[in-house]
Design a protein around this ligand. Structure first.
Ligand SMILES: Cc1ncc(COP(=O)(O)O)c(C=O)c1O
Length: 466
């Protein structure tokens, strides 16, 4: 429940919304129930004003350095968005051009991620990485079930091996699809899933291993090739053939352009599928995601549904039925508009801004970097040593007062005693804005350092949700 909601809900006045008579049209109510459908109609201008004004209380999305999701697109993109807002992605028969563009987009990604043969693969758009991860995980589960059934073995206890630092979608996946999560602890020496002690987590019931390209907490990459090498060893020793899903929510749209020599994608033969968020470093407004499989055999036929398409048959893979088609068109717009070189320039610029910011923060003296922002343009830092009168949550609060949203939060399980603060740099955070942010951080740190007594605390901290 939001702060505004909680505070205001204390009074009876919260039950109704008062409309300034200057906005209401003649004959329109000037008082409305807040939690019930109003009895009568109102003009679109009045309704617009009410929604618009309330939404003003949201933070400024460009200053929201907590989110990975695109907060800036150019005017032509906005024009396309408005033109296509009514397109439903599932109506492939009615909107065959949008369907063809969707198909083209995931093939472009398959090529970008080095599938062995683009004509023998399968992929789809989704609402975001969450749905794409679910589909990638489901395919792993089905493949494991098929293998086990064919061998006459039990399929009752599937497990998935993953870092304790995974995004919440993987907890959901394991919960919703009855898979035991086997979290490998994150520690100061093993901030990423590097294969260390992997053999004690993997067994005959392991449906797969999740590698994260761009950890949500730190921006760091799991070394996919090292994980694959460890899984090769495990197969040699124990016979378990365990595949990898790469959750490249952010990194799968950064690494191909900025770290082209890094082997994290289908060049690594154990990689079964890769997912990404088109609405993160794919540079599209929310919500669009993508998932691609190595080849047709990597995605069991039982996950595919068939819809009619131009009188023919169109295989579809999705958890949703209806969903927006406009974002898929926006993704294709960005592919055309930017090309490889444009994506490289945009992402490299964000990495340059991130490393500029992280160096500035490291130079202040009070902080120690956990990551620098040179993988994806995301970095985190901690206090070098505890301060007498303030902590990172206080710094986040002070920055919030100035409009900057820079969350502080505890690290994942097994490291929860460590609090970090994180900045996500995206297209739209220019070097000039970054300089202003650094100046704001310096000023607020000086303020906090000058406190004569600890910052007052009203109630226990609530932490940022990933
Ligand atoms: C690594 C990772 N996986 C999955 C997700 C979920 O992505 P989405 O918000 O596109 O569903 C995120 C979101 O931040 C993420 O960072």
């Amino acid at each position: 429940m939001s702060e505004i909601f909680r505070n205001a809900s204390a009074g009876d006045a919260w039950e109704t919304r008062e409309i300034n008579p200057v906005f209401a049209r003649p004959g329109e109510a000037t008082s409305l129930p807040r939690f019930k459908l109003p009895d009568d109609m109102m003009s679109e201008d009045t309704a617009y004003q009410l929604v618009h004004d309330e939404a003003m209380l949201d933070g400024n999305s460009r200053l929201n350095l907590a989110t990975f999701v695109s907060t800036w697109m150019d005017d032509r993109a906005k024009q396309l968005y408005a033109e296509a807002a009514d397109k439903n992605m599932i109506d492939k028969d009615e909107y065959p051009a949008t369907a063809a563009i969707e198909d083209r987009c995931w093939r472009i990604l398959a090529d970008l991620w080095n599938v062995p043969d683009v004509s023998d693969t399968i992929g789809t758009s989704t609402v975001g990485s969450s749905e794409a991860c679910m589909l990638g995980g489901l395919a792993l589960k089905r493949l494991w079930q098929q293998r086990r059934r064919a061998a006459g073995l039990s399929t009752e206890r599937p497990n998935l091996v993953l870092s304790a630092g995974v995004q919440v979608v993987w907890e959901k996946f394991c919960n919703y699809w009855d898979v035991e999560p086997r979290y490998m602890p994150v520690s100061a020496d093993h901030l990423v899933l590097d294969g260390h002690e992997l053999d004690t987590y993997v067994d005959e019931n392991t449906i797969g291993v999740v590698a994260i390209l761009g950890h949500t907490y730190t921006g760091l990459y799991d070394p996919v090739d090292a994980l694959a090498a460890k899984l090769d060893e495990i197969q040699e020793k124990h016979g378990f053939d365990v595949k990898i899903h790469v959750d490249g929510a952010s990194g799968a749209m950064v690494a191909p352009f900025c770290q082209p020599d890094l082997a994290w994608d289908f060049r690594v033969s154990r990689v079964n599928s890769i997912s990404t968020s088109g609405h993160k470093y794919g540079l599209v407004y929310p919500g669009v995601g993508w998932v691609v499989w190595r080849d047709r055999a990597a995605c069991p036929e039982s996950l595919i549904f068939h819809v009619s398409y131009l009188g023919g048959d169109m295989p579809t893979l999705a958890l949703n039925f209806s969903r927006p088609g406009a974002q898929v068109l926006l993704q294709y717009y960005q592919f055309l508009r930017l090309g490889r070189e444009g994506y490289r320039k945009v992402q490299q610029n964000s990495i340059d801004v991130a490393t500029y910011l992280s160096s500035g923060i490291a130079a202040m003296g009070q902080f120690e970097l956990i990551s620098r922002g040179d993988a994806i343009p995301v970095f985190a830092w901690k206090l070098a040593k505890p301060r007498a009168n303030w902590d990172l949550y206080d710094l986040a609060d002070r920055l919030r007062m100035r409009g900057w949203l820079v969350p502080a939060y505890p690290m994942p399980e097994s490291m929860t005693s460590l609090t970090v603060q994180r900045i996500v740099v995206r297209l739209g955070l220019s070097r000039d804005l970054a300089e202003l942010l650094l100046a704001a951080i310096r000023e607020e740190v000086a303020f906090l350092e000058n406190l004569a007594a600890p910052m007052p605390r009203e109630k226990p901290r609530t932490s940022f949700a990933h």
